[in-house]
Design a protein around this ligand. Sequence first.
Ligand SMILES: NC(=O)c1ccc[n+]([C@@H]2O[C@H](COP(=O)([O-])OP(=O)(O)OC[C@H]3O[C@@H](n4cnc5c(N)ncnc54)[C@H](OP(=O)(O)O)[C@@H]3O)[C@@H](O)[C@H]2O)c1
Length: 262
Amino acid sequence: MTSIAIVTGASSGLGAEVVRQLDAGAFGRLDQIWAVARSTERLQALADTCTTPVRTFALDLTDRSSFDVLEQALAEQPAARVVLLVNNAGFGTFGAFCDQPAGAAADMVRLLILAPVELTYRTLPYMQGGSRILNVASVASFVPQPGLATYSAAKRFVLDFSRALNEELGPVDIHVTALCPKFMHTGFLDHAVADDVAVGMSRLTGFEEVGRVARRGLAAARDGRALCIPSADMRAFYAASKLLPYPLVARLEQAFLSTVHQ
Ligand SMILES: NC(=O)c1ccc[n+]([C@@H]2O[C@H](COP(=O)([O-])OP(=O)(O)OC[C@H]3O[C@@H](n4cnc5c(N)ncnc54)[C@H](OP(=O)(O)O)[C@@H]3O)[C@@H](O)[C@H]2O)c1
């Protein structure tokens, strides 16, 4: 058997940190780590730092043919067993929906929704009891977010999809974890447009440390937990979001953001 962990969005930020922690043994002994992202150079630079064999896949996950490449690679790998799939690749653009760059919203839907669905479907035949799926959602998934409408709705999909799938697959001991970080200092904010909205939101939630998020997420996946919200204040926000009516939450958020922008 060849035990494999597949990590998407592995070329930077949280995905690269997950690869480093896997290489350090966070998920036990792995025969291979498959690192997926578009940037060949950054993937190779990361692979060069690892002692576990890292196979790099320079793929654009908004392109459907990328999933054929990964599925084919699994089919060709003798006795492949996917012990961990981390659906992490993502980006988010902030600001009014009408002001989004052309194609950004549709690409977010492709990358944040379709890619985890496709990859999960195509890797499941290579999983067995004990395998785990870690889907990176966000605290933005807890309530609909004006100024982040497509991103927050897409991450809500990730949250709900993960939790439902965890119930379906739990009886065969395959567990799915939705990881909900708040802001982290990664490439994410470099790609986010409408910086004032992003800055306002980050002042509302604060930042957390990427290494800690990766550690918490991997531990939750190992333990087969359905939901991982690493920061305590966001766990409280999640609980409140289920109790308070949405119009009230939205008004409170808007009121806070308008004070930040003054
Ligand atoms: N940072 C935050 O504040 C924050 C908060 C909550 C949730 N998240 C989520 O955390 C996850 C990781 O983001 P990050 O914070 O680590 O940001 P990041 O440093 O920008 O990393 C994003 C990763 O996704 C890859 N990626 C982007 N578009 C892709 C595409 N079309 N095909 C394949 N790979 C693609 C990037 O690699 P290439 O550019 O090389 O393709 C990169 O490896 C995302 O799902 C994000 O939504 C981030």
